[in-house]
Write a protein that binds this ligand. Structure first.
Ligand SMILES: Cc1cc2nc3c(=O)[nH]c(=O)nc-3n(C[C@H](O)[C@H](O)[C@H](O)COP(=O)(O)OP(=O)(O)OC[C@H]3O[C@@H](n4cnc5c(N)ncnc54)[C@H](O)[C@@H]3O)c2cc1C
Length: 459
């Protein structure tokens, strides 16, 4: 950015713009291990007009703009790969309305996901998408990454709840599409195009979300299995019962050991090859009890050592704290790591996990698997640990190529929720034909003719 352009931005945004080195440094990273890209300025938008003004200026002056929610992304989406301006949405953080009659919420994008959940639950309503980062990520970031979470097994992901959006495209035009509508097939599905667009097509400034009635009762189970294989197999057997748990999370033994050491707290269950964390909800305690007994029996018939029911709030909180701390625990163990979030059809999850178990036997890299196995989406983490840079780079590349080939052969794809961003774009040709990639480019051109919005991501 030229000095003149920085001055003009200062005039436009006053103290909503920062050029301070400390601020630039802070906004040069997100949660993507080892990636950094310095912005030249950070703008803290306070309303939609700020964003329209900034995008018009940047399109006219050919300056890159990278939108940023709360910087918890793990594919490098919020990193300003080509410098320019980081556009922070953190000050646009108001819940504008919780409409109990229509069961809808209208929010600004910077609202923290967990805070929205608490606010709607106070009114007896329920916003199900629950990324493990829910205490620190924004709803805007969730929409733009298509975020999911453990509850996706029963309730789907963010995309299943967005019914309306206001967004600004790089020309500065403000669009309002959809609304508090349960049905809407008017024109092209621009909401669908914006979801998971990773901040490359437009900046989301207001979101309307569908809410559900809050389920009356919820129970969580922790089920240790004799072996990795048996836990993987049990996932499909649970699906065959016809009961849809809210959550089926898989955690191999090593993952639990790492997180227990990190939290310095042990769960009261025996050591085992792998664990399933299950959640069930329903209208009354009798229904839940019937369902969890059936699911528990299926687990025991398929190699579970025991079935622990988290009866108390304290036990439920400990379980979820353990699950949500996994990322930080792995990061603590190895500051550099590769977090893959491949997804396969649910019935192929056992095949995926067993093949990943084989991959680990052929490498010095530590491979740790956990995640939302109940919806086919597992996090395969490669930890660098103390490996020499040369060995790590070569092994990382070899394992990823093997993993992605495997996933594609099982009918799966590269990312279930974290997005492509910077970290996986080199692999896009494995899953998208040249015709598809060409269409992406033309779509990008239609929204962003000057190519200023979050350049260098996805393709
Ligand atoms: C510990 C941990 C656990 C996680 N668990 C999960 C999980 O279970 N499920 C899951 O899906 N993800 C998970 N994530 C990833 C991350 O939290 C999600 O991708 C989340 O949606 C990012 O939100 P954010 O506000 O931090 O966005 P950011 O990281 O700031 O940005 C993400 C992308 O969205 C764009 N963006 C942000 N706001 C806007 C906007 N208003 N308009 C246009 N573009 C915008 C950015 O340019 C960027 O491309 C986890 C991350 C961590 C660190």
């Amino acid at each position: 950015m030229q000095a003149r352009q920085a001055d003009e931005l200062k005039n436009l945004f006053g103290d909503r713009l920062s050029l301070e080195v400390e601020t630039l440094e802070r906004y040069s990273r997100d949660e993507t291990s080892h990636l950094q890209a310095m912005p030249e300025a950070v703008v803290f938008a306070e309303d939609t007009q700020d964003i329209a003004r900034l995008l018009r200026f940047c399109t006219k002056n050919n300056v890159s703009v990278t939108p940023r929610g709360l910087g918890t992304g793990v594919s490098g989406g919020a990193l300003p790969a080509r410098g320019g301006v980081v556009l922070s949405m953190e000050r646009m953080n108001r819940i504008l309305e919780i409409d109990t009659d229509n069961r809808m919420a209208v929010v600004q994008p910077g609202v923290i996901t967990g805070e929205l959940q608490e606010a709607v639950e106070e009114k007896g309503l329920f916003y199900p998408p629950d990324p493990a980062s829910l205490d620190s990520c924004s709803i805007g970031g969730n929409v733009i990454e298509g975020a999911g979470g453990p509850r996706a097994v029963k309730y789907g992901t963010t995309k299943d709840y967005v019914t309306g959006l206001e967004f600004v495209i790089p020309t500065g035009d403000i669009l309002r599409v959809g609304g508090k509508l349960r049905k809407n097939v008017t024109g092209y599905n621009l909401i669908g195009i914006m979801i998971a667009s990773e901040g490359t097509l437009g900046v989301v400034t207001e979101i309307t979300l569908r809410l559900l009635p809050l389920p009356a009762v919820r129970t969580d189970l922790l089920v240790p299995f004799e072996s990795f294989r048996k836990a993987a197999h049990a996932i499909n057997e649970i699906h065959k019962t016809g009961i849809t748990p809210v959550v089926i999370e898989f955690m191999e033994r090593r993952a639990l050991e790492i997180v227990e050491t990190y939290l310095d707290s042990k769960l009261p269950v025996p050591g085992a090859g792998a664990y399933l964390m299950l959640g069930l909800d329903g209208p009354d305690p009798e229904t839940i009890e019937r369902d969890y007994e059936r699911v528990g029996d299926v687990c025991l018939e398929n190699g579970a050592v025991d079935v622990f029911v988290a009866e108390t709030t304290d036990m439920k909180e400990r379980l979820w704290k353990t699950r949500r701390s996994l990322h930080d625990a792995l990061h603590h163990l190895s500051s550099e790591m590769e977090r893959e979030d491949v997804v396969v059809p649910v019935a192929r999850i056992e095949d995926l996990l067993m093949e990943v178990d084989k991959i680990r036997t052929k490498t010095e890299v530590e491979v740790v698997a956990f995640g939302h196995a109940g919806d086919g989406n597992v996090h395969i983490n490669l930890l660098r640990g103390k490996l020499e840079e040369k060995v790590w780079k070569a092994e990382r590349k070899r394992i990823l190529a093997e993993l992605f080939k495997l996933v594609i052969s099982l009918g799966g794809t590269l990312s279930g929720e974290h997005g492509i961003g910077l970290v996986k774009k080199e692999f896009m040709p494995l899953v998208a034909s040249s015709a598809e990639l060409e269409l992406y480019k033309r779509l990008k051109q239609a929204f962003d003719p000057a190519g200023i919005l979050n350049p260098g991501k996805i393709i």
